[in-house]
Design a protein around this ligand. Sequence first.
Ligand code: CTP
Ligand code: MG
Length: 230
Amino acid sequence: MTAHAPSRGDVAVLVPAAGLGTRLGPGAPKALRTLAGTPLLVHAARRLAAARSVGCLVVAAPPTDVTAVRDMLAEVATDLIVVAGGDTRQDSVARALAAVPAHFPIVLVHDAARALVPPALVERVAAAVRDGHDAVVPVLPVVDTIRTVDASEVALGTVDRSTLRAVQTPQGFRREVLAAAHEAAGEALTDDAGLAEALGVRVQCVPGDEAALKITRPFDLAIAELLLRP
Ligand code: CTP
Ligand code: MG
């Protein structure tokens, strides 16, 4: 792999933010709920825009909140496009991808629910794509012992965790690779690298970051609040 200086603005980031947040409990769509007084989406967008490589954010918003989302992100220091999201995450990503201006060679996909993503992680993923990888995912080692079970919750065996990785976002792609993956997409998957893999694309893993945790349940929101304490 060759080293390149980070080039400003060659990356567009798609931000799926149209989910309901059912597992977080009753309330507004998850991306609009607050963490330390600021919507999760605003936290995420600020951190993405702070990465030098990022030249554009394309947000898939809850369909009834497109204008509100555009207003709340007016402060974010990069070009911004807001589209209405779809019924599934995959659909929301596809809609955002369709709105990316033509001149971005690298596209990242980042869940608004990973609100505290460090800009350095965004740069790490972008750099790996720039260095020639078609598809890149940030991963963490799995710390728990993982068992398989049968339908009655009887343990069947233990999986060798040394070969397992927990996958985060942002995931990065050569733009044509992500477009082809979504074009060919069949059954809905929970991430975009899975779609690329289904096409036979090699997916490269890079180190993730615990701060990029996905806020899914109330416990995760509490952890994120702690991380923001001065
Ligand atoms: N997402 C989206 N469009 C959907 C569903 C999800 O843009 N139709 C986004 C969410 O806003 C989130 C990311 O995809 O940023 C990951 O999804 P998840 O963590 O599952 O969020 P929700 O779907 O909102 O939560 P839940 O599954 O608990 O309802
Ligand atoms: Mg969901």
